[in-house]
Design a protein around this ligand. Sequence first.
Ligand code: SF4
Length: 374
Amino acid sequence: MKQTSSYGDPARFVTHLHVAKDCLDLPYTQEIMARANLPVTVIGERGVPEIDGDYPYNLSTGKRHLLLCRNRGVFFKPCPGTREYRCCDYQVLNIGMNCPMDCVYCILQAYLNNPWLSFFVNVEDLFGELDLALDAEPERFFRIGTGEFTDSLALDTLTHLSPRLVNFMAQRSNAVLELKSKSVNIANLEGLDHRGRTIVAWSLNSPPIMAREEIRTATLEERLQAAARCAGWGYKLAFHFDPIILHQGWQEGYRQTIGRLFAEIPAESIAWISMGALRYLPSLKKIAVERFPASRFFYQEFIDGLDGKRRYFRPQRVAMYRFIHDELRKHADPRTCIYFCMENDTIWQEVFGFVPEERGGLPAMLDRSLGWPR
Ligand code: SF4
């Protein structure tokens, strides 16, 4: 199935701004309000946007509402990997919560308990925290991502956060930032002196999954064209086949996507490619099947993993990974690191023929793909 129609910029889905009173006078808040040109409600201390209905069933309406507020917690912390599965030692930079797109499998539906989108406008605190953390360990190499609790670029036409981040990262020698998206909001990345410190990444999937299960996201062709433009601006790229979902014609679907990827993108511009089969908290199934009754993939057979998430049975995961890995290896540059997000050593051995420890561990493998240590 080809995804032909495009929603365009997902930030268009936002129809109402809410602004925390203590942020109203910040220049950044004023800048976003002027750019958005949307109705604004000012929220007093401890107030929240009022959205009709109960969570999570009011998510479809809630995603139209964007709250500009302060992050009162920490901006920067390690990705919550688990002991049982190999994790890549990623650092999460928390720029906001929730996303205007709506993927059926989105874990945020089960993680969050507010239906609206939040964006943190106290960015001076964010950069202050980053400075402290990176200065404290100059010998360490940090891989940082903003796409853990939101999409990195989905609101960028409103916030213009990406050039601030890219310019900040360009000054740092011991870190890279990965901006991960399913949108093609890349206009703000053009013409920046990024110095190779920002990687632009897209999640990819089989065409029928992208068309049916990823609402308001960019089409495959749009994502690849945007990636090719970023490569032309000198950015390194990354791609994430995640979540890999079993569906009729899955081999053909993933083969098609991989063929299109390497037809559009110079292989040497890709730093890394990850693979992760569908995994989910049991509570997500109830939410997703009620919000998206036409989706069928949650009714397949799964096993409970050691981290409390459901996964396909091991032989099924291995079959899917082997197929996709073989297709990727036909085209990929030998320096591109192809890896698993959250899989165990048995799967690494069965699919890749080695475990990360033999190559210094997954974090070191990813760092090497960027030429670190120098
Ligand atoms: S793009 Fe990412 S964050 Fe947004 S709904 Fe889809 S999975 Fe969730």
